[in-house]
Design a protein around this ligand. Structure first.
Ligand SMILES: C[S@@+](CC[C@H](N)C(=O)[O-])C[C@H]1O[C@@H](n2cnc3c(N)ncnc32)[C@H](O)[C@@H]1O
Length: 257
C-alpha cells in the first residue's frame, strides 16, 4: 500500500476501532476549535489527515463540512465509514498513507489533529506529507497542525515507571478499564517509545500496546514548514487561539501557501 516503511505501523494502538472510541470518550476539547476553523476557512471543503475513527469528522460534517479523511488503519476506516453512514452518508474516509496521497482536488481547510503528526517519525516522512498537503491547497487554503508540546517532565520519566493515562468503560465487556504507560525516549532521534498497559478490577495487564511518536519542538516545526514552502500565519498554544509560549501545552501551526 505504501512506499514508506510500515514497520512502526504494524505495532500500534490503531487496530481496534471500538476500543479507540471507548478509551477516547474524554477527548472533546478540540471540537469547538475545529468547528471555528471551518467557519473561518475560505470554503467548506475539508481534508483531515490521519482521520482515525471519525472522531472529528462527525462534528465537522454536522457543521456542514464537505469532509474527506485519509487514514492508514483499515479497521479504523471501515468503522469510521460505518459511523458516517449514519450521518446521512455524508463525508468519506479513504484508506491511505498521509506520506503519499494524491486526491487530485484542492481543499479549503486541511488539518491534522490530536497529535497525529507525531506519527511522522523522520524529517523525510514529515516532508513527504507536507509536499502532498501543498499539492491539495489553493491560494486561500489553510493547513493546520495540532500537536502537544513535549514536556521534559513527560520525556524524562524514570524508565519502566508506570504513569496513569486514562480510564474508560469497555463497551463490549462493560468493565471499567484503566491504562498506565511507560515511555522510553531517545533524545538523539526524538523518538518516544510508549507502552500502554490495560487492567480491570479483576485482571491486571490484560493487554499491552506499543507505539512510537516523534517529539517535535517549535524549531523543527518551523524549519520543516518553511522548507516545504508553507508560510506560517499563526502559532497558537491553546484551542482558544492564545499565542504559543514556552508554557503552552499545545503547538498549533496555521499555514498557507
Ligand atoms: C492519535 S490518532 C488520531 C485519530 C483522529 N484524527 C482523532 O483525532 O481521533 C492518530 C491516527 O493516525 C493514523 N496514522 C498514523 N500514521 C499514519 C499514516 N502514515 N497515514 C495515515 N494515517 C496514519 C493512525 O492510524 C491513527 O488513526
Amino acid at each position: 500500500m505504501s512506499k514508506f516503511s510500515m514497520k512502526e505501523y504494524g505495532n500500534t494502538i490503531y487496530h481496534d476501532a471500538q476500543r479507540y472510541d471507548d478509551e477516547h470518550w474524554w477527548k472533546t476539547d478540540d471540537f469547538p476549535f475545529w468547528k471555528k476553523m471551518l467557519v473561518e476557512a475560505s470554503g467548506n471543503k475539508v481534508l483531515e489527515l490521519a482521520a482515525g475513527t471519525g472522531r472529528l469528522a462527525i462534528p465537522l460534517i454536522r457543521s456542514s463540512a464537505e469532509y474527506t479523511g485519509i487514514e492508514i488503519s483499515p479497521e479504523f476506516v471501515s468503522h469510521a465509514n460505518d459511523k458516517l453512514q449514519m450521518e446521512n452518508g455524508q463525508g468519506k474516509i479513504i484508506l491511505g498513507d498521509i506520506r503519499s496521497f494524491d486526491l487530485s482536488e484542492k481543499f479549503d481547510l486541511i488539518f491534522i489533529g490530536f497529535n497525529s503528526f507525531l506519527h511522522l517519525l523522520t524529517d523525510k516522512d514529515a516532508s513527504a506529507c507536507l509536499k502532498c498537503v501543498i499539492a491539495h491547497m489553493h491560494d486561500k487554503s489553510r493547513f493546520i497542525i495540532d500537536i502537544f508540546y513535549p514536556s521534559p517532565l513527560f520525556l524524562y520519566r524514570p524508565e519502566n515507571m508506570r504513569f496513569p493515562t486514562m480510564e474508560y468503560r469497555d463497551s463490549v465487556t462493560n468493565e471499567k478499564t484503566w491504562v498506565e504507560e511507560t515511555n522510553d525516549y531517545d533524545s538523539e532521534t526524538g523518538i518516544n517509545k510508549i507502552r500502554w498497559f490495560y487492567s480491570t478490577d479483576k485482571n491486571k495487564d490484560i493487554r499491552t500496546y506499543d507505539f512510537t511518536m516523534r517529539m517535535y519542538w517549535p524549531d523543527t516545526m518551523n524549519r520543516l514548514l518553511i522548507d516545504a514552502g508553507l508560510s506560517i500565519e499563526h502559532v497558537w498554544g491553546t484551542y482558544r487561539k492564545t499565542k504559543y509560549s514556552e508554557n503552552s501545552n499545545l503547538q498549533i501551526y496555521v499555514s498557507g501557501v
